[in-house]
Unconditional design. Structure first.
Ligand code: SF4
Ligand code: SF4
Length: 115
């Protein structure tokens, strides 16, 4: 399943550069499917979110850092454990129970993000 950031986040920014999929964004900042991925053209995410890869998308949080579930692979294909959770000083990167996925699905997502 994807990882999510709770409102315990202290906005330290440590997690953002660790994400191999560029799935982590600062609060109130727009996100794009194309940021840090090979995606281009019209994209349909696993969660039904669709957009042109280059188009800015509304922030998921205005207050704290957030994770785009359609870009989070739980670091599968890159690392043995979620890197955001590994570096977070307040342990607020936790499994997102609303976005449960199997390892196979996470690896398929990784393949979709990085051609
Ligand atoms: S688990 Fe990995 S892929 Fe998902 S947001 Fe954290 S660092 Fe990025
Ligand atoms: S490392 Fe943790 S506290 Fe720091 S910005 Fe990321 S989620 Fe927030």
């Amino acid at each position: 399943m994807a990882i999510k950031i709770t409102d315990e986040c202290i906005n330290c920014g440590a997690c953002e550069p660790e994400c191999p999929n560029n799935a982590i964004y600062e609060g109130a900042m727009d996100w794009r499917f194309s940021d840090g991925t090979d995606l281009n053209g019209y994209v349909v995410g696993r969660n039904g979110h669709s957009a042109d890869a280059e188009d800015p998308q509304e922030p998921i949080s205005d207050e704290v850092y957030y994770i785009v579930a359609d870009k989070c692979t739980e670091c599968k294909g890159f690392h043995d454990e979620p890197q955001c959770a590994a570096v977070c000083p307040v342990d607020c990167c936790i499994p997102d129970e609303n976005n449960e996925e199997t390892e196979e699905e996470l690896l398929e997502k990784k393949e979709m993000l990085h051609l």
